[in-house]
Design a protein around this ligand. Structure first.
Ligand code: NDP
Ligand code: 2IT
Length: 444
């Protein structure tokens, strides 16, 4: 059996009931075959792939907190410190009832390659909890965040592990967590990113993932002879990534006609009203029905359906495995030119392969959504030098990073004779830097 197949089999056997983790590993290892084969003997001897797929450290802990009725609640929490070959562990914290160890491991594994692609010195990690912030009072969210950080604070630090936001973790949650960390440790350091601007946050971090997604999509389209301006875009999700993807797409002259949440979706043929969407989602924390109620041109539909809308560009920005094979078929049938992943692993492997086989340009999440973590690394730099950069400075660095990422994937794909396969390009380019650092640092 080939080395890649052996390691994949080991991952499945040693990590039962973690399908998302298996999926993330499979996608990466499949793309690496050609690179591994070139250097198989050395990699095998050093067990490089076995080390790569095994987290350096996995923390599992309980989070007890008291709800508004005086009842004690208990949640499960995780931090997976996956790989620190090229820098301190870096990656977000997901707060969602679906969170389990397998989901955090898939996200942490993806993060290793994503962070490598940014060109910045950050290793891979991810964490979170099955706590659901939805419907909780601010006091309940604070109680959870403080209890969560009381335990997590033992294992993180500005030079060791720097968490940030993800699904369910936004500015409010980061604020409560930062306050508790500072109180326990007595140090004012950049231990979290995505902080508020009044206490060490970076301008443009809020916008970074969505903006970065569009910078990379624009470059990918340009290099394939298309202009983003005038294109019709469908977006899923209506959270941090979706909102700022929508805003930047419109600034670049595209028309965004859909957004969604976990209960339904909006079709707005006049183009999504971003100010209204922000008011509904960021301020009121309400459902999309409120968007539809406030806007004449918007139609609200229950369930899922954004991929059935005719478009030039599709940007999945909600969650994993939200774009399935039938959705891919609908996109192709409707003449979609490009899919770029704002979310982590939103497209199944089958759907990805179908899109690629049918000539759709496909930018994988670990490249396309890397602008968030890249700007987090810029926040770390600003914290270290105790300075704040202007919005324009951060945004222009972000743009450069995203354009460079696209060219790195493109070149890696060409070098290994898989021209236009940006999935392979991203996995290969991300892997080579990490593998080099792991090899240089010996058996650790
Ligand atoms: P938010 O919590 O701000 O928004 C998430 C959005 O996705 C909401 O509209 C939510 O709907 C929807 N959603 C979440 N889970 C599900 C589900 N199981 N089924 C259907 N819809 C769902 O998160 P973000 O925007 O920050 O994250 C979105 C994606 O982008 C995630 O995959 C995340 O890992 C990824 N990402 C985020 C980065 C960041 O900087 N924030 C950086 C890189 C990637 P509802 O409100 O109804 O739950
Ligand atoms: O998936 C991701 O890259 C994030 N949620 C952002 C991580 C970060 O450290 O900013």
């Amino acid at each position: 059996m080939s080395y890649v197949d052996e390691v994949f089999q080991m991952v499945v056997e040693k990590n039962p009931a973690q399908p998302e983790f298996h999926q993330a590993v499979k996608e990466v290892l499949e793309s690496l075959r050609v690179v591994i084969e070139e250097n198989e003997e050395a990699y095998r001897k050093d067990a490089l792939l076995e080390r790569l797929v095994t987290p350096e450290r996995q923390l599992l802990f309980r989070v007890p907190w008291v709800d508004d009725k005086g009842q004690v609640q208990v949640n499960n929490a995780f931090r997976v410190q996956f790989n620190s070959a090229i820098g301190p562990y870096k990656g977000g914290l997901r707060l969602h009832p679906s969170v389990n160890l397998g989901i955090i491991k898939f996200l942490g594994f993806e993060q290793i390659f994503k962070n490598s692609l940014t060109g910045l010195p950050i290793g891979g990690g991810k964490g979170g909890s099955d706590f659901d912030p939805k419907g909780k009072s601010d006091r309940e969210v604070m109680a959870f965040c403080q209890s969560f950080m009381t335990e997590l604070s033992k294992y993180i630090g500005a030079d060791t592990d720097v968490p940030a936001g993800d699904i369910g973790t936004g500015a409010r949650e980061i604020g409560y967590m930062y306050g508790q960390y500072k109180r326990i440790k007595g140090v004012y350091e950049g231990v979290l990113t995505g902080k508020g601007l009044s206490y060490g946050g970076s301008l443009a971090r809020t916008e970074a993932t969505g903006y970065g997604l569009l910078y990379l999509t624009e470059e990918m389209l340009k290099c394939n002879g298309h202009d983003i301006s005038g294109k019709t875009v469908v977006i899923s999700g209506s959270g941090n990534v979706a909102i700022y993807a929508c805003q930047k797409a419109q600034q670049l002259g595209a028309k965004v006609v859909t957004v969604s949440d976990s209960t339904g979706w909006i079709y707005d043929p006049e183009g999504i009203d971003v100010a209204l969407l922000k008011e509904v989602k960021e301020v009121k924390r309400a459902r999309l029905t409120e968007y539809a109620a406030a806007r004449k041109s918007a139609q609200y539909h229950e369930g899922r359906g954004v991929w059935s809308v005719k478009c030039d560009v599709a940007l999945p920005c909600a969650t994993q495995n939200e774009l399935l094979i039938d959705d891919a078929k609908a996109l192709v049938a409707n003449g979609c030119l490009a899919v770029a992943e704002g979310a982590n692993m939103p497209t199944t492997i089958e759907a990805t392969e179908y899109l690629q086989a049918n000539g759709v340009l496909f930018a994988p999440g670990k490249a396309a959504n890397a602008g968030g973590v890249a700007t987090s690394a810029l926040e770390m730099s600003q914290n270290s030098e105790r300075l704040s950069w202007s919005f324009e400075e951060v945004d222009s660095k972000l743009k450069n990073i995203m354009v460079n990422i696209f060219h790195n994937l493109d070149e890696a794909a060409r070098k290994y004779k898989m021209e236009g396969n940006y999935v392979a390009g991203a996995n290969i380019a991300g892997f080579l830097k990490v593998a080099d650092a792991m090899t240089a640092q010996g058996i650790v």
